[in-house]
Design a protein around this ligand. Structure first.
Ligand code: G3P
Ligand code: CA
Length: 240
């Protein structure tokens, strides 16, 4: 089973910051999950919410600010402002990832906001830094996932979901579109689901798995990977 740091090692460090990404690598995570949006000048930025308030304390939305402005904004609110980290551009992240072996799960946050060409821009950046062999695209917006798949069929993709689904049907839908993974909320996952998907030729990367109690059934089910705020805990549970 693979272990991804959710927004980096976000349990102990400010989410979606370079510090959280470095710390996930330091504890031995196999991968990093992060979220991308577009700035006012159309640049890819790594942050979870459309609005800046929760992670930075600032007013407004990512799309109201230029990249150069966002890069100056402290993004440490999720850890009580204890760290001096700012919002990273996706370019900064890719510079880091190009020197690492880790896999990056790039979640395209195109659900609530329409960002022109975000999928094309993400694919282009991944190729510019040569990390295309170590990337998974995912989104709750399945049109975005299909778009990524049609732009770069060679890069694996996952369909994200948080609500109950007819998983067999979703697995067939994924398979039919050449999509390799389902990315369900861990509450939805059981052995039958993992087995049904596997029979269809689709694997499961499950989020957000934050306690040993949550890990245990997923280890038993042999899910492909877990995405956790505490990658260190997951690795320990796996005896790694
Ligand atoms: O990609 C898994 C997970 O990150 C999806 O939910 O809200 O944490 O981005 P969210
Ligand atoms: Ca995410």
């Amino acid at each position: 089973m693979l272990v991804f740091g959710h927004r980096g090692f976000s349990g102990n460090y400010p989410e979606n910051t370079m510090l959280a990404f470095r710390k996930a690598v330091e504890v031995g995570a196999d991968g990093i999950e992060l979220d991308v949006h577009l700035s006012k000048d159309g640049e890819l930025m790594v942050i979870h919410d459309e609005a800046l308030a929760r992670t930075t304390g600032k007013e407004g939305f990512v799309c109201n600010y230029l990249r150069s402005e966002l890069e100056q904004i402290k993004a440490s609110k999720t850890q009580n402002d204890r760290f001096d980290e700012s919002i990273p551009s996706f370019e900064e992240y890719c510079t880091f990832a190009s020197g690492q072996k880790i896999v990056t799960n790039i979640e395209i946050k195109s659900g609530d906001w329409w960002y022109q060409d975000i999928e094309r821009k993400t694919v282009d950046m991944v190729y510019r830094f040569g990390i295309q062999d170590r990337v998974i695209f995912s989104s709750f917006n399945w049109l975005s996932v299909v778009r990524c798949k049609s732009i770069a069929p060679e890069i694996p993709c996952g369909l994200l979901f948080a609500k109950e689904q007819d998983v067999k049907r979703v697995a067939y839908l994924a398979k039919d579109h050449g999509i390799e993974y389902l990315h369900p909320d861990f509450h939805l996952v059981d052995q039958a689901m993992v087995d049904d998907c596997r029979r269809t030729g689709v694997e499961m990367n499950v989020w957000t798995v934050n306690t040993p109690k949550e890990m245990e059934p997923l280890i038993r089910c042999k899910a492909r990977s877990v995405i956790s705020n505490y990658p260190d805990m997951c690795l320990k549970e796996l005896g790694r």
